[in-house]
Design a protein around this ligand. Structure first.
Ligand code: MG
Length: 291
């Protein structure tokens, strides 16, 4: 789930007064727990990806996700999540179809061929949170929809590749922005990636745009949720009457991709991969010893 620029600005002001807005570096023991929850939520994500097809509803996807999370002994982090001034979020996943960007409610409308559906999910295991999102094509989709999804995933990888000690948070946004802008996509600015750990939203905010060498210095032990949200048209957003679902102001398609990562002395480690995916990438160092 993405952070809101406005809510985070408010809490940053509050926290600055009380000195609480520190970026929390994780210990090795914390990182083991982040790996375990990361692998778990990645398994949920892949199960949902495999379920997506014409005729499937997002309440079915939500039910499957919630069951998998609870069966594994974790808590669906989104259910009851309530930023100040908001109504509690009612579902285990955010399901945002087509022009919906993020924070969509699950519903009983069957997905149809040509739709794209963003599925964002998080769970809490032994006190630590893993947060991940994908956008999945429903059957065959238009070339422009397929490209939007592909470029959003490429932006995620490029952002992650910046997560080395001594680089800056602005480098992440810069890498995402320079790639997205080659395609003329609108980069959502109202919602951002974020630090993550014992809380879903920790410092820092991680915008999907920025300048190299600016913002906070990145250090080993930091954990980030990086989540580009790209629109075919305008970057401007609008929130529906349910108070949560964020859609594009012009009704054009939007895609979203998210991983939780850890910064290590050897560079970024993607926590929200399944064991199979880690092996596929040759990244066995990061397999959880738990589970
Ligand atoms: Mg998030």
């Amino acid at each position: 789930m993405s952070g809101s620029r406005y809510r985070q600005a408010l809490s940053q002001t509050t926290n600055a007064l009380f000195g609480k807005r520190m970026i929390i570096a994780k210990s090795q023991k914390d990182l083991e727990k982040m790996r375990a929850v990361g692998e778990l939520i990645a398994e949920v994500r892949e199960a949902l990806r495999a379920m997506v097809a014409p005729g499937v509803t997002t309440v079915e996807l939500n039910a499957r996700a919630e069951k998998m999370m609870r069966d594994a002994g974790s808590i669906p982090t989104f259910i009851g999540y309530k930023p100040r001034g908001m109504v509690p979020f009612p579902y285990a996943i955010c399901a945002s179809a087509n022009d919906a960007i993020v924070h969509g409610f699950s519903n009983a409308t069957p997905l149809k061929e040509g739709d794209i559906i963003s599925l964002d999910m998080a769970c809490t295991l032994e006190g630590f949170v893993g947060d991940t999102a994908i956008t999945v094509p429903v059957g065959a989709v238009s070339d422009e929809a397929a490209q939007l999804i592909r470029v959003t995933e490429e932006c995620l990888e490029l952002g992650i590749a910046e997560c080395w000690p001594n680089k800056r948070v602005g480098d992440i946004g810069w890498a995402i922005q320079q790639h997205a802008e080659k395609y003329g996509y609108g980069i959502v600015r109202d919602y951002t990636g974020h630090g993550i750990g014992r809380s879903m939203h920790e410092a820092p905010q991680i915008p999907n745009y920025g300048r190299q060498g600016t913002r906070e210095k990145i250090r080993a032990g930091y954990c980030f949720a990086i989540e580009p949200m790209l629109n075919l048209g305008t970057a401007e957003t609008r929130t529906l009457d349910d108070k949560w679902t964020v859609v594009t102001a012009d009704g054009m398609l939007s895609a979203h991709a998210e991983h939780t990562i850890a910064v290590t002395p050897e560079g970024p480690e993607i926590l929200t991969l399944t064991r199979e995916q880690k092996r596929g990438r040759g990244d066995v160092r990061s397999e959880s010893v738990a589970a």
